[in-house]
Design a binder for this molecule. Sequence first.
Ligand SMILES: *Cc1c(COP(=O)(O)O)cnc(C)c1O
Length: 506
Amino acid sequence: MDEIRENLSKVHQEIISSCNKYGRSENDVSLLCVSKTKPEEKIIAAYNCGERHFGESYAVEASEKITHLKELGYRDIIWHFIGPIQKNKTRLIAEHFDMVESLDRAIVATRLNDQRPEGLPPLEVLIQVNISAEDQKSGCDISEIDSLIDTIQKCPKLKLRGFMGVGMDTPDFEIIDKEFSKLKSLFDEYSKKLEDFNILSIGMTHDLDIAVKNQTTEVRIGTAIFGAREYKTMTTDNQNIAFIGGGNMSTCIYESIIASGFNPQNITVSGPHLEKLEKFKTKGSVITTDNIDALKNADIVFLGVKPQILTSVLDEIAASGVALNHKLFVSMAAGYKLSSIEEKLNTKKIIRIMPNTPAKLGLGVIAVVYDTEVSENEKQLSEKMLAKMGTCIVGDEDNLNVIGAVAGCGPAFVYRFMEALIAEAVAHGLSADNARKIVEQTVLGSANMSIKNQDCTLASLREAVTSKGGTTYAGLCKMTEGNFEQVMKNTVQASLDRTYEFEKMF
Ligand SMILES: *Cc1c(COP(=O)(O)O)cnc(C)c1O
């Protein structure tokens, strides 16, 4: 932990030298140590160097750390929440934090106010202002600041202290300089009108100097103190999950995920029609019409839209400015290649999956293809998420197409076979009800005979019901005459050909 001491001393030195450079006093710039994803020992190490202000971005993870550190006696830490805020996390934030820097909309203000426990001092808040030159989704638009301030002023348990801004993630310091100076002018304008409005929080590890130049009063530094972020081992209760699209397949996967032990409260589902998403809300999940809102705080993003729509959804995600490199994307779009998604999102942390319809009953086949940057931990967790839908078959993209033709289209082929068998049973006098029951049970029983007798070939199972010159034999001869194998060969080939045509479209 000597390393943290050294790092802190370098960061303070940097602040001092920037202050000197721009004629400011180092006492006017405070340091917020951003400890998100970092273990408690590292926070304690920084605490022992005299730091008292710590910033966290993930409500659940942070609340656990805060509670535990308080139990250990670290009671004088000032905790700042700096991450995107999901509506269903406001209670945790209101209960555990001293300041919220990322307040960006009225509904969150109202909820934080309502949920701030009696007996605690008012929650200090900064409005996170969207200063990005890009069309970035986090932060309050400048045009909406006034109305957000109105709301905050009606909240007795909130106290507005200033603005926070995140500069664009770019090596081009001129762009960041423009963004920061824009926020600084706004800050000056409002600090004339508002009481105790005196905190300007801009500047992170890479743009600290430009922030000091633009009169920041607080820099939020993570990497330079604690090193690169350590993303947690994924478990069923620390992952935020987003579904883009709430249709049939999303519903099926959603149910499997919950059945595998994931917390519905950590899931957000987006879709164009809120009323169609009510069923997710009933289970405790967040619903929204805003895809980016759903995805911005997610660790795992299920792309549950049709292939025809996926291109525009990927464009929307890429243009949102949300950092994507730590997110795991799971696509269910048939025919949409990994390479096409990689190109749009500039990441290789992607999984393609293809469940067939019996997955709804837990009896599905789920074809799974991993891209190169999916970690072992992510693979294990994904298979756990999908396990309640049936059997996962991991392969490459070529396999995926074949599995698609056999397992994806397969149920329709099997229904067709069942329909034909039922029709003949009825033609020979059975009632439709009985015929259906008989055929269902025959298919189910045969599948189970196959499953339970892995040491026998299917041919030997077939031979066991076929005595030479007998009734089954006579029937099978007609299948041979009708060129059954050739029909199946053509059937699968036609489905595959169509898959390749689809692939060319995306
Ligand atoms: C993570 C984070 C930081 C710290 O970033 P570093 O580049 O690690 O210094 C600062 N502000 C916000 C809002 C963050 O999410």
